[in-house]
Design a protein. Structure first.
Length: 109
């Protein structure tokens, strides 16, 4: 699921005759559509970086993880956990350092 963005505010919501404009119709439909499916993540070499292209959560479990950090806007923040559910925004990077690869899953928002 992609993040819903408002159509150009200069586009009227309804056309002449009261029919909803296509851009607004897509926007409203996106608000009530079910979220995208859960996606397994293929983990690469440690430290592994996952960068989110949409809001959601990253689930990190199993394996032998020594650190998980959030990188946002060039600043890294150690999260102090080695597994769990980690909320992410667009362009957030989660850096996972491990000796045995964990199982990682992305849940779109």
């Amino acid at each position: 699921m992609t993040q819903q963005k408002l159509p150009n505010q200069r586009v009227p919501i309804a056309k002449e005759g009261g029919i909803v404009n296509e851009a607004w119709s897509r926007f409203f439909q996106g608000l009530v559509s079910p979220p995208s499916q859960v996606e397994p993540v293929t983990v690469g070499a440690s430290p592994f970086d996952f960068t989110s292209s949409e809001p959601g959560s990253l689930v990190v479990r199993a394996g032998t993880v020594s650190a998980i950090s959030l990188v946002r806007g060039g600043s890294a923040l150690a999260l102090g956990v080695t597994s769990g559910l980690i909320p992410v925004g667009i362009d957030d990077t989660i850096r996972i350092t491990y000796t045995v690869a964990p199982t990682v899953t992305f849940i779109p928002g």
